[in-house]
Design a protein around this ligand. Structure first.
Ligand SMILES: Cc1cc2nc3c(=O)[nH]c(=O)nc-3n(C[C@H](O)[C@H](O)[C@H](O)COP(=O)(O)O)c2cc1C
Length: 455
């Protein structure tokens, strides 16, 4: 699948930084098109069924009457994610080369401008995703805000419930940078100005899901991922830089000291939840391209919802671990662990080093509850192998440790007071290990492959 995706080479071109430029480079197999009216639940049901068939294409719905397009499931395939960005492994260093932005003349994202009384969120193609959702939600909005202290831009994802013509309920529950900016604005008695981008090149979304170090501007990571200087324009209300080729931009303010119920909403844990910071976002302006494409991200326990952040976490956390412990080889976060489980492989140079690596990883990612560490000969992306190693190399009384009551993700319904227990399983070979894994001679394996291919 990866081989046919060409758009990484074209980010320097105009449409190379856009959603439609990305879509234009997908093959027939990678883009599944249906001509059907948008309706509640449909995209969630289509992608759930595709996932059962182990198919992960981008899905596009085209309205038979208006021709308006909606796309989703862009982040459900690891190969597409890998192919659409550059400099994945060394993104933090590479970002240093992308300290500036290009200001685009005639930016497409401002071809249409709706201000104040013209703003009507009910006119946008927003729908419900799950039966118990409190309402229609924007799920693929990248919130761009400026750090009130440094002026650097931050991108993040936040579920957004439509509550009226110009009112949105927004949750900052992951308590990341936007939550910090909000707290700083409230301390000064001010609303926080934001711009929400819907429909953009995948690189912008991948940055939105990444924990960018505080000293770096998130645009510098977008530049590194696209290997091109981001083309932007200032948002019309607050002058926040926004990608010039975005499909839609919603501009407005998160109100200081204002809270209203938000949710329930189908979260990545697979549960419907009302746990929310219950913030309120007032929309002052909407700008969009001609014939804008609406982008959705299928929420709930869907591959797209989970893989987008797991993919970047795997790479960034592995990088950090290897800087301290070079014996660490690979890291994977299985889908069924919904951000709470990780599999690590390493070639420990001493007894106890697997535990050291697991303690470091627990420290780096507070969402994790379970880590299984295996030897280098085990493929961490193959769960069957991971649990085979646990079955045959681990003894629970010797190789398991539990650290009680550590900070965790509150969306875990089994957590208590924002804390959970952390369990590490050392499934690496113990000292004095003698058992030999069954093997086949490589030439006979190749011969068998040829035989099967020709039959
Ligand atoms: C698909 C997706 C949806 C998310 N939804 C929310 C959300 O509703 N509320 C929230 O606070 N964080 C949410 N997050 C997490 C943050 O956006 C994410 O942690 C982001 O990287 C923030 O990091 P920052 O602290 O660098 O801004 C979501 C992440 C993804 C990938």
């Amino acid at each position: 699948m990866t081989a046919d995706l060409k758009h990484t080479a074209t980010c320097a071109d105009d449409e190379g930084q856009s959603l439609r430029g990305f879509l234009a480079n997908l093959t027939e197999d990678q883009l599944l098109r249906y001509t059907i009216k948008r309706q509640d639940f449909l995209l969630s049901a289509i992608t759930e069924e595709l996932e059962k068939q182990e198919r992960f294409p981008v899905v596009q719905l085209t309205d038979p009457d208006t021709g308006a397009k909606t796309v989703a499931n862009i982040f459900a395939d690891r190969d597409i994610l890998k192919a659409c960005i550059h400099n994945i492994v060394e993104v933090e260093q590479k970002a240093e080369e992308f300290g500036s932005l290009e200001m685009a003349a005639d930016p497409p994202c401002q071809q249409n401008i709706l201000r104040e009384a013209q703003v009507d969120l009910s006119a946008l193609p927003i729908f419900k995703h799950f039966a118990d959702d409190a309402g229609a939600y924007i799920t693929a909005g990248i919130v761009i805000a400026k750090d009130p202290q440094s002026g650097r831009c931050n991108f993040s994802f936040h579920r957004m419930q439509i509550k009226g013509k110009n009112k949105i309920g927004i949750s900052l529950h992951s308590r990341g940078d936007l939550w910090r900016y909000m707290a700083a604005s409230e301390a000064r008695g001010k609303d926080l100005e934001i711009a929400v981008v819907i429909g953009a090149h995948p690189a912008y979304y991948i940055v939105g899901a990444s924990k960018v170090p505080l000293h770096q501007d998130d645009y510098s990571w977008a530049g590194a991922y696209m290997d091109a200087v981001p083309k932007t324009v200032k948002s019309i209300c607050a002058g926040i830089p926004v990608p010039a080729f975005a499909e839609y931009v919603l501009e407005g303010r998160i109100l200081a000291d204002t809270h209203e119920d938000e949710g329930p909403f189908g979260e990545y844990t697979g549960y419907s939840t009302s746990r929310s910071t219950r913030n309120v976002f007032m929309v002052d302006a909407i700008t969009h391209r001609n014939e804008p494409i609406w982008q959705d991200l299928v929420p709930g326990f869907a591959w797209e919802h989970l893989l987008l952040s797991q993919f970047t976490k795997e790479i960034i956390l592995l990088n950090k671990l290897q800087r301290e412990i070079p014996e660490v080889k690979a890291l994977s976060m299985p889908k069924n662990g919904c951000h709470f489980h990780a599999y690590l492989s390493m070639s420990p140079r001493a007894e106890g080093q697997a535990r050291q690596a697991m303690l470091l990883l627990f420290g780096l990612d507070p969402y994790l509850k379970l880590i299984v560490t295996v030897d280098e000969d085990v493929d961490v992306f193959n769960e069957e192998e991971v649990w085979w190693a646990a079955a045959t190399r681990m003894q629970a009384d010797r190789d398991v440790f539990i650290v009680p009551r550590v900070l965790c993700n509150r969306l875990d319904p089994s957590s208590e007071e924002g804390m959970s227990a952390k369990m590490g399983i050392d499934a690496t070979k113990p000292a004095g290990w003698e058992a030999q894994r069954v093997r086949l001679p490589e030439d006979v394996r190749k011969q068998a492959l040829e035989l099967i291919k020709s039959s």
